[in-house]
Design a protein around this ligand. Structure first.
Ligand code: XMP
Length: 564
């Protein structure tokens, strides 16, 4: 499932670009925290790409539901373009969207709470259909003159939805449907002009509609526990809003190419490649649009996995024909990292060194107008909300940053409105090879955060050898695509062992293999014992500096995926 997802995925504590792969924007982020503090992100770039392309769209107003992003993904899976906007978004903020419908998300508030968010007034006079989900439905009732009451019992979990009137929203569905509920308040008086279209045991008005295309549903159609939820969203998007599912990879690739041409004109663009899918698709899209006006930079920081630099060069330079500057900056990174043990310090140094190398290379190219980077939509959503939610910083890469002001390049961010799975579809449409599209995430700081404690070249080589075996066996057993990440960590613990008749005192290596949807949460993978046995035996036999292998069985939370 994963690919080399770039940087790290979004999660409430994260900002994401993400998923693990070294997306280069991550380096830029890491490095520029200080710059940002003094200059803000504005110094780094224009925000041309902040203007969303004009296309038929659904706006999802996010009232703080843990599921808002899921609603967006479900809508996109219907090949309908949508964007998440905050409750205080003005009509102008969505003017460029060609609004075809609005979804009001759920949320943790009660409409009677002080300061509870409300739907902006324009929602109800935009002249487009509205679907309120859970809290969104309660807002419709509350704001349009109905009444919301505290239910005697909280309704949480499965419920059976009974239809009691015809409606386009539930068109083609059974009269009784399993749905997922999670609410305390419920509607007891509908606004004028509404009728109940379904009920459940605890919600006499579990779904309502009026003749102007405004719908409210008390349950969550976006979660897997509502099996027909996707059908309801499809009915809303296609039959109520009149959309036709034209947001396809083919369309967004050609639209992106046209947009990049328009934005860049005859300008010069650079793009830092990481080997991950985000920067790869970005580079390929930009290359399709403007050809050799694009130069890619790939920095080998000495912290990559075995054969990785060679593979990146082969794919991008030889197979895809991109103009690539390859920089072997191994020594520079090794020198800067010598003796450093603190993980955050490592990240900072790596980020700063990356910026330094990048700046030198870009400087050597003369005037460069644009920096192309693989920012994804979850990053954008996260950075929109991170200020207000003030998420606790767990690891530096979760924070948004930018280039130093002195570089003064404008940003080209063709993936800015795409989710990860859409990026992969775009990549496939562009003909990128599966080994790029399906690569597991790899973190920006690379093996530096998988060598616990201080980093030496010998330790990196030991880790590369062990990691190679892990990957080899995982792939041989057909497990690679089902794991979010699988890798080795070189601990700084030494243990006693015996090999032949000799006592050994060598390092412990830890295996980490996790399943995850997006790296926000993860579970340790139940790898087959035989696979574990082969990995362990091969590592101990083939990697001289290791005499013990352990398997990390910690989920996230409370652990994180990486050890540092
Ligand atoms: P954690 O360890 O926070 O990791 O559970 C979640 C995902 O993020 C990746 N990761 C990073 N990616 N720069 C990155 O680009 C980093 O500093 C970094 N730290 C962790 C990690 O591999 C996983 O996919």
């Amino acid at each position: 499932m994963p690919d080399e997802q770039e940087t790290t995925p979004a999660d409430p504590t994260h900002r994401v670009s993400t998923t693990g792969d070294v997306e280069v924007s991550t380096y830029l982020e890491i490095a520029s925290e200080e710059v940002r503090r003094t200059a803000g992100t504005a110094g780094q770039a224009t925000v041309d790409s902040d203007v969303p392309p004009k296309r038929d769209a659904i706006a999802i107003i996010d009232f703080g539901s843990q599921y808002s992003r899921l609603i967006a993904r479900r809508v996109r899976e219907l090949n309908v373009y949508c964007e998440i906007v905050p409750p205080d978004a003005t009509r102008d903020a969505v003017r460029d969207m060609n609004l075809a419908g609005i979804i009001l998300s759920g949320g943790p508030s009660s409409v009677y709470e002080e300061g509870a968010p409300t739907a902006p007034a324009w929602v109800f006079d935009a002249g487009v259909p509205v679907l309120g989900i859970c809290y969104g439905m309660q807002l419709i009732a509350h704001q349009l003159g109905g009444h919301v009451a505290q239910a005697a019992e909280r309704e949480y979990g499965f419920a059976v939805l009974h239809r009691n009137d015809q409606s386009v929203l539930l068109d083609g569905l059974e009269d009784e449907l399993p749905v997922w509920m999670s609410h305390g308040d419920r509607i007891d008086v509908m606004p004028q002009g509404f009728r109940a279209i379904a009920f459940s045991e605890n919600s006499p008005i579990a779904a309502m509609a009026n003749d102007d295309g405004i719908y409210g549903i008390q349950f969550h159609p976006e979660v897997a526990h509502t099996p027909q939820g996707v059908e309801m969203l499809r009915n809303f998007a296609y039959k109520v809003c009149g959309l036709n599912g034209s947001w396809t990879p083919n369309n967004f690739v050609s639209e992106s190419i046209a947009r990049i041409r328009e934005q860049v004109g005859t300008g010069k663009v650079i793009c830092a490649l990481s080997g991950g899918v985000d920067s790869a698709v970005t580079a390929k899209l930009v290359h399709e649009a403007i050809g050799d006006q694009l130069t890619c930079i790939f920095v080998n920081n000495g912290l990559l996995r075995r054969e990785e630099p060679e593979r990146v060069r082969e794919v991008f330079e030889q197979n895809l024909g991109l103009k690539l500057i390859y920089v072997d900056a191994t020594e520079r990174f090794m020198t800067a990292l010598a003796g450093v043990t603190d993980p955050e310090q490592k990240r900072k140094i790596i980020g700063n060194e990356f910026i330094n190398v990048f700046e030198i290379e870009a400087g050597a190219m003369g005037e460069v107008d644009f920096l192309a980077q693989g920012t994804l939509y979850p990053d954008v959503i996260e950075s929109q909300t991170s200020e207000s939610t003030a998420a606790h910083k767990i690891k530096t890469h979760h924070n948004v940053g930018g280039l130093p002001e002195r570089m003064r390049m404008k940003l080209v961010e063709p993936l800015r409105y795409l989710f990860k799975d859409e990026v992969r579809l775009a990549g496939a449409e562009l003909g990128l090879p599966p080994q790029i599209l399906n690569r597991q995430p790899f973190p920006g700081p690379g093996l530096a955060i998988r060598v616990i404690g201080d980093i030496t070249w010998d330790k990196l080589e030991t880790l590369r050898a062990a990691d190679w075996i892990v990957m080899d066996e995982i792939k041989a057993d057909g497990l690679y695509d089902n794991l979010w990440q699988s890798f080795a960590v070189l601990t700084n613990t030494q243990t006693v062992g015996v090999m032949g008749d000799q006592r050994t005192y060598q390092h412990v290596v830890a295996l980490r293999a996790v399943t995850s949807e997006d790296a926000m949460t993860a579970d340790w993978a139940r790898l087959p014992y035989d696979t574990l046995a082969r990995i362990s035996s091969r590592i101990v036999n083939e990697v001289p500096a290791i005499n013990r292998v352990v398997y990390d069985i910690t989920s996230k939370p409370p652990g994180t995926i990486e050890w540092e």
